[in-house]
Design a protein around this ligand. Structure first.
Ligand SMILES: [Fe+2]
Length: 344
């Protein structure tokens, strides 16, 4: 690519790119990379689109001392870096001085526990479980809001040892392209019904007979197309989550038989199993200073277990919004409560 960066295919992955500044790594590498990115503001976003929505940028150790650098870099990806004080986020999970940063950590005050180990913990050949339903938790960030965010940047300030605490990614555009024509026709005009995790609307919660959480008007489940056309690349892409981020009471697919055993649930399971096959997936084993940039419009991701009794993990995430595509044009933000005095 032009300018000051080298981008090469991401090793051990069927998609994605590895981006480095074309300069020797040194104590000022992080600042130099961000200065180069700002000097050529379309370069990294263009590389993200070219490499199918996934870029690994290693070696940004300087960001751990200066979290505002993550926000500066995020600004290149859209008109708004979200302020998590405005997005229904628990205050303990927001960075104390930089409100654009979501803190994903088992350390207080965020104190987020890792996801459980899959059952069984390894695949039959001893590998890391990746494919749904053996691997659970696949989602695209904040799809329970309309319009949903575009891009996430995720930075490892303190990573856990290799072999745990990975982030898994699946290529939804590649998986869509590989679907049989009959399936493409079947899903072309369907909507999924997305809801905030923990709302008591997952298959497990329904089967356990739990009472779903009452949802305020601004927390209501949101329809999202099962197939989105990417506004930058023009490519169609699957857009779905699995159990915890869909509403399995009234959905998960609008207009299809609802519930964990309904036709809509069967379709989601079929699509998610297809999407998370090895030819579409990548596992990121983190090093301190790694950053991954991903496009939520054409990727899903999932977190893996780590030993939280022995290790501390500190990750920072930003989300960037502003180009969800024409189907969201002019919409008001679903998650902002409307005041009664305000005209609808
Ligand atoms: Fe996520």
């Amino acid at each position: 690519m032009s300018g000051g960066f080298d981008v090469t295919p991401l090793p051990n992955s069927p998609f994605g790119g590895l981006l480095r500044l074309r300069a020797p790594a040194g104590p000022d590498y992080t600042r130099a990379l961000i200065a180069a990115a700002e000097a050529e503001p379309h370069a990294i976003p263009a590389a993200l689109a070219e490499y199918e929505g996934l870029l690994l940028v290693p070696g940004l150790h300087g960001m751990a001392q200066d979290p505002a650098l993550l926000v500066r870099l995020s600004r290149l990806f859209g008109e708004e870096v979200e302020n998590y004080h405005e997005t229904l986020t628990e205050p303990t999970k927001v960075h104390e001085t930089v409100p654009e940063i979501l803190v994903v950590s088992n350390m207080p005050p965020a104190s987020k526990p890792p996801p459980p180990l899959p059952n069984p913990p390894r695949t039959a050949d001893g590998g890391l479980p990746m494919q749904y339903p053996h691997r659970r938790g696949w989602h695209t960030d904040q799809s329970y809001r309309r319009p949903p965010p575009d891009i996430s940047l995720f930075f490892a300030a303190i990573a856990v040892p290799k072999g745990q605490g990975q982030t898994l990614f699946a290529n939804c555009a590649g998986a869509y392209e590989a679907l049989p024509a009959a399936t493409k026709a079947r899903i072309a005009h369907l909507d999924g019904l997305h809801v905030m995790p923990g709302s008591g609307r997952s298959p497990d919660a329904i089967r356990a007979g739990k009472t779903p959480k009452p949802l305020a008007p601004h927390e209501q489940p949101q329809r999202q197309p099962l197939v989105r056309i990417h506004p930058v690349t023009g490519k169609p892409s699957l857009y779905l989550c699995e159990e915890g981020q869909l509403d399995w009471i009234n959905g998960p697919v609008v207009g299809m038989e609802p519930g964990p055993d309904g036709e809509g649930g069967g379709l989601i399971r079929e699509l998610m199993s297809h999407l998370t096959q090895p030819q579409f997936t990548y596992a990121q084993d983190w090093d301190d200073g790694d950053m991954i940039i991903w496009d939520n419009r054409c990727l899903v991701h999932a977190a893996t277990w780590f030993d939280a009794d022995r290790h501390q993990r500190l990750m920072w995430r930003t989300t960037v919004r502003g180009n969800p595509g024409p189907e969201y044009a002019g919409e008001r933000r679903s998650w902002i409560p409307q005041r009664e005095a305000e005209p609808a």
